[in-house]
Design a protein around this ligand. Structure first.
Ligand code: HEM
Length: 132
């Protein structure tokens, strides 16, 4: 089965000066480089993000929208593009991210509610206005 991970698994600097972590936990304890701080974080896969809150390495964000709005540095253009969308399209991005869930083992239905119970999902009408 093919699963889109939605990440490049690379480190990126997505901080503003104010977001910088004061300690670089990748450096040895007591080293000078420890105190030089860190702005580069692993781009976490978004597959599963919807049921793996809180978000970001510090876990300070409880909503996907907050996480998107916290993108700066190398990811600033993505955040600005998101902010430039009409409200309904911003909501659509968040709703899409909410579909990226890892369902518990044994879940038989692919369309489920927040308790992983089956729910109905109306089919979108085709160009002729018919649902199938
Ligand atoms: C439409 C574009 C994007 C969306 C919707 C998006 C969404 C998200 C979300 C929801 C998270 C939180 C994941 C979690 O904590 O489980 C996240 C984290 C992250 N994203 Fe993005 N992202 C986008 C573009 C980018 C780009 C272009 C970059 C890099 C150039 C990037 C780099 C990162 C990094 C490094 C993290 C982890 C931050 C941390 O752990 O502190 N993202 N993204």
């Amino acid at each position: 089965m093919w699963v889109d991970a939605y990440t490049d698994f690379k480190l990126h600097d997505i901080c503003d000066a104010a977001d910088r972590e004061p300690l670089d936990m990748n450096q040895p304890q007591w080293s000078d480089t420890l105190r030089q701080g860190n702005c580069r974080f692993l781009t976490k896969r978004l597959w599963g993000a919807a049921n793996e809150k809180p978000y970001f390495h510090h876990g300070l964000f409880t909503t996907l929208r907050q996480a998107i709005l916290a993108h700066s540095g190398e990811a600033k253009s993505s955040r600005v593009a998101f902010q430039a969308l009409p409200a309904a399209e911003r909501d659509a991005v968040v709703e899409f991210l909410k579909t990226l869930q890892v369902l518990p083992p044994g879940t038989k239905d692919l369309v489920v509610d927040e308790r992983f119970q089956p729910r109905s999902w109306a089919a979108a009408p085709d160009a002729a206005g018919q649902t199938h």
